[in-house]
Design a protein. Structure first.
Length: 147
């Protein structure tokens, strides 16, 4: 289901434990770097994914080349890639049996999102969890990474 309402997004964040951050950067000035660290700080098991950085480490965690290389279940795929890559990313998210996909600001591909939803993935589109979590918390919602 495409999630747009606050209560649905809170529920997703609260049932999520493991988040693959696709397109993570080692450059501190990049949003993907900051959001990765933010998600770790919020208690999520954030898994860094970037084919150009595979084998390197961020926050003590090894960077994977692709979603299909991850050796444990993934609840959410957080996408920091250009929209033109979203169809292939959704295919990989489906292949690893991810439960949801979250696309960052300005990342959208309606057909790919429709495919994700048709395959049972929840989808949050064109938002950032590092913006949404504080906003939702300020509105009185309790958000805690599930154990």
């Amino acid at each position: 289901m495409r999630l747009t309402g606050d209560h649905d997004i809170v529920a997703l964040l609260n049932r999520t434990r493991t988040i693959a951050v696709l397109g993570v950067s080692l450059k501190p000035e990049r949003p993907s770097h900051r959001v990765f660290h933010y998600l770790c700080g919020q208690g999520y098991d954030a898994i860094p994914v970037n084919p150009g950085l595979a084998g390197q480490h961020i926050a003590g965690r090894e960077i994977y080349a692709s979603l299909t290389d991850i050796d444990r279940p993934v609840d959410m795929v957080d996408v920091f890639r250009n929209s033109r890559f979203l169809a292939e990313i959704i295919d990989h998210a489906i292949a690893i049996d991810a439960k949801s996909v979250w696309t960052q600001l300005d990342v959208d591909h309606p057909d790919a999102i429709d495919k994700a939803v048709a395959h049972g993935l929840d989808a949050v589109v064109n938002r950032c969890p590092a913006i949404e979590i504080p906003r939702l918390s300020a509105d009185g919602h309790v958000i805690q990474a599930s154990a």
